[in-house]
Design a protein around this ligand. Sequence first.
Ligand SMILES: *[C@@H]1O[C@H](CO)[C@@H](O)[C@H](O)[C@H]1NC(C)=O
Ligand SMILES: *[C@@H]1O[C@H](CO)[C@@H](O)[C@H](O)[C@H]1NC(C)=O
Ligand SMILES: *[C@@H]1O[C@H](CO)[C@@H](O)[C@H](O)[C@H]1NC(C)=O
Ligand SMILES: *[C@@H]1O[C@H](CO)[C@@H](O)[C@H](O)[C@H]1NC(C)=O
Ligand SMILES: *[C@@H]1O[C@H](CO)[C@@H](O)[C@H](O)[C@H]1NC(C)=O
Ligand SMILES: *[C@@H]1O[C@H](CO)[C@@H](O)[C@H](O)[C@H]1NC(C)=O
Ligand SMILES: *[C@@H]1O[C@H](CO)[C@@H](O)[C@H](O)[C@H]1NC(C)=O
Ligand SMILES: *[C@@H]1O[C@H](CO)[C@@H](O)[C@H](O)[C@H]1NC(C)=O
Ligand SMILES: *[C@@H]1O[C@H](CO)[C@@H](O)[C@H](O)[C@H]1NC(C)=O
Length: 340
Amino acid sequence: MRVLIHLFAILTSLTGALCKHTEPHDLVTPQVVHTFPNGTSLENLAIRASGEILCTVLSAPEIYQLDPIENSSAKLVHSFPGYTSVLGIVEMQPDQFYVVAGNVTFATFSSVQGSWSAFHVNMSEFDINGAATVTKVTDFPDALLLDGLGVLSREQGLVYVADIYAGVVSILNVNTGDHYVAINNSLTVAGPPNFTSAGVNGVHVFEEPNGTLYLYFSNTAQSLLARIPINANGTPAGEPEVVVSGIKVDDFTFDSDGNILQAVLGSNEVAKINVTTKKVTIIAGNPSSTELMSVTSAQFGRLCDDEDTLYVTMNGANFSDIALVVPGALKMLKLGPRLV
Ligand SMILES: *[C@@H]1O[C@H](CO)[C@@H](O)[C@H](O)[C@H]1NC(C)=O
Ligand SMILES: *[C@@H]1O[C@H](CO)[C@@H](O)[C@H](O)[C@H]1NC(C)=O
Ligand SMILES: *[C@@H]1O[C@H](CO)[C@@H](O)[C@H](O)[C@H]1NC(C)=O
Ligand SMILES: *[C@@H]1O[C@H](CO)[C@@H](O)[C@H](O)[C@H]1NC(C)=O
Ligand SMILES: *[C@@H]1O[C@H](CO)[C@@H](O)[C@H](O)[C@H]1NC(C)=O
Ligand SMILES: *[C@@H]1O[C@H](CO)[C@@H](O)[C@H](O)[C@H]1NC(C)=O
Ligand SMILES: *[C@@H]1O[C@H](CO)[C@@H](O)[C@H](O)[C@H]1NC(C)=O
Ligand SMILES: *[C@@H]1O[C@H](CO)[C@@H](O)[C@H](O)[C@H]1NC(C)=O
Ligand SMILES: *[C@@H]1O[C@H](CO)[C@@H](O)[C@H](O)[C@H]1NC(C)=O
């Protein structure tokens, strides 16, 4: 028995892949990774394979790196001259990230058509010389406000790009810069109950065990999470359908079981959604608390010791009148004590 335990320990340390899984129980108290200066609103995040967190800023054209620990410092990765805001971020190849940037006036959440572009942020040498290599992929002259990004195909370099004000989702080839509107339907556009003018917001692909591909997407104005079956090239393969409604949603992610972890912007909460039963469970936050004030996006850690930790960005503004209430912050939700 002892030998077996040792063997298991050796295998675990060699592969690094045998992480233990636990289930979240009660409401989780968010811990602060970093609170930014008052007036800074965070928008989105991506986790590097090495564990560090990249956060995009809506109130400034900036990306920061933080360590996956309580009370981390923030290191500026890049500032984009000629832009006011950086929104969605995805990793396509190891340490190769892509973001969208453009001009947004935060106080009114109005945007400038013609100001939107996608950039490649190459982090390969950041740990050596403290600089990312940043190159423009392409402009989006027709876009109104580009927000969430989602990986469609790493092999083909395809990314979904949500335009919240146009209410459509484009496919961008990050290798060629080609892009076109691929998804545009009654559940991607803004509409009743019109909580904001922002339609489709978060966009993420999920492959069912039977091989069916779906694009899941949140719609803030319509206050719902929906999905549409897609072809391998990203075009619609059927009709969109509502998964859950009645929550004021921003971006989201999946856990390893296929549940959705949803940032609920309008009620300062994070919800866990079982896509099959459509059960919505609030796991952190509270409408009357500022601890997750306008939480905008969520991603799990990528290290064995933080793969059950959900990192969330918050913009700190009041969803009703967009007035800044608390400074933007990156927080972490430890979703369950680990079994040892
Ligand atoms: C942050 O700034 C806003 C306005 O810019 C102000 O109303 C608020 O009181 C400030 N909050 C803190 C914690 O300083
Ligand atoms: C983080 O900062 C808070 C507030 O200053 C403090 O209470 C807490 O102990 C710190 N945590 C760590 C791990 O340093
Ligand atoms: C976007 O804002 C920046 C910074 O204020 C400004 O330099 C740039 O001209 C603006 N771009 C457009 C297309 O309005
Ligand atoms: C990223 O940057 C490194 C160092 O400059 C370079 O060698 C590499 O080719 C770049 N990767 C891509 C995908 O552009
Ligand atoms: C979306 O589809 C509608 C018709 O259903 C069309 O009027 C609109 O121009 C399309 N939007 C974009 C950005 O392609
Ligand atoms: C809700 O939004 C839709 C689409 O933008 C618009 O057609 C409709 O008039 C709006 N309804 C209200 C009550 O504002
Ligand atoms: C695949 O699985 C999904 C989710 O369980 C289901 O909705 C869909 O009908 C299945 N498709 C096929 C072709 O079996
Ligand atoms: C959703 O709930 C059902 C019923 O409790 C359960 O069987 C299923 O495993 C859950 N799905 C996920 C992804 O946890
Ligand atoms: C948010 O704004 C609404 C409408 O202006 C107001 O009633 C509410 O008190 C504000 N909440 C906070 C936490 O400032």
